[in-house]
Ligand binder design. Structure first.
Ligand SMILES: NC(=O)c1ccc[n+]([C@@H]2O[C@H](COP(=O)([O-])OP(=O)(O)OC[C@H]3O[C@@H](n4cnc5c(N)ncnc54)[C@H](OP(=O)(O)O)[C@@H]3O)[C@@H](O)[C@H]2O)c1
Length: 265
């Protein structure tokens, strides 16, 4: 019964050995990044740009430029997918549009919403930019490969669309609240307030995961589900270390505020 439901939620793709290896590598890369975060080896951006030692030997770039490099190659890949794969029906159109809107939104937030205080380490910029670019290209490409296959018997694309819209709205709202914590030229950190910040330190991550779950339900390919699970693992790790960071910096940090999932984690 459960196996039938699971089967009904995903395209029955042929899995070549290469595809299996690639899917496995993607999953373990994201899982590895999560484990590194929890064990203190952070990707060096935002609060953790100067974690670890020997940053003096590393190339630093401003957070704004670094984050534009994170997202812009993926955005161009998504935009070009409309020309490269113009066909494919409503599901493929929804997927291409949703991913494009996501990366466009992130670039616009970097330009006009976030107020950054510091730097990003070039090594981390390269890893993150390459990961986003690969995820965007592969989500589109592996979906394109489902053309001609029967549709999954359980259609989740409109549920996915709703989750995507909830995800980007909630993510944007909490980015806006974070930006209100700083006046012009202010570089300090404060305890975030409003929205779900009274329950968790990283509500914006929770909504980011919701966005990726949205992509996966729109697409219903194995790769898109893998990306959602991988992003969830990574952000679980990063939110856990972010909560520890708040605990170490703010004496009055309320212990009832969790990392990512209200009341749970
Ligand atoms: N898909 C994925 O795997 C993934 C992974 C990570 C991030 N993301 C996306 O990227 C977004 C941003 O991630 P992030 O890790 O950079 O978030 P973040 O550390 O919360 O930073 C977001 C912005 O808010 C500022 N900020 C954060 N906490 C603050 C505080 N206590 N007081 C004042 N300002 C504060 C940061 O300034 P500073 O730069 O000065 O710290 C930065 O400008 C996420 O919401 C998510 O959408 C996606």
């Amino acid at each position: 019964m459960i196996a039938e439901i699971v089967e009904g939620c995903v395209y029955q793709e042929t899995l070549s050995i290469y595809k299996k290896c690639f899917f496995g590598a993607t999953f373990f890369l994201l899982l590895g990044l999560a484990i590194f975060e929890v064990s203190g080896k952070h990707l060096q951006y935002s609060k953790f740009w100067n974690s670890g030692s020997k940053n003096s030997k590393k190339s630093l770039i401003s957070s704004k430029i670094g984050m534009l490099i994170f997202y812009t190659p993926a955005l161009f890949a998504c935009i070009s997918s409309f020309w490269l794969f113009p066909d494919g029906g409503i599901r493929f159109l929804l997927l291409k549009s949703a991913i494009t809107i996501h990366f466009l939104k992130r670039d616009l937030e970097v330009l006009f919403v976030h107020k950054f205080s510091a730097f990003t380490v070039l090594d981390s910029v390269i890893i993150i930019s390459a990961t986003y670019f690969t995820a965007a290209v592969c989500m589109v490409y592996f979906h394109h490969q489902t053309q001609g296959l029967p549709e999954p018997s359980i259609d989740l694309k409109y549920l996915g669309l709703v989750l995507f819209l909830v995800g980007i709205s909630g993510n944007f709202y909490h980015h806006y609240l974070l930006s209100k914590l700083r006046q012009k030229n202010d570089k300090g950190y404060k305890l975030p307030q409003g929205g779900l910040f009274s329950r968790v330190v990283c509500p914006h991550y929770l909504f980011e995961i919701t966005t990726f779950v949205g992509f996966s339900l729109i697409s219903q390919t194995i790769y898109s589900y893998l990306c959602a699970v991988g992003v969830a693992f990574y952000l679980l790790g990063r939110s856990y270390t972010t909560r520890n960071w708040y605990l170490s910096k703010f004496e009055n940090f309320p212990k009832s505020v969790k990392a990512l999932i209200p009341f749970v984690f």
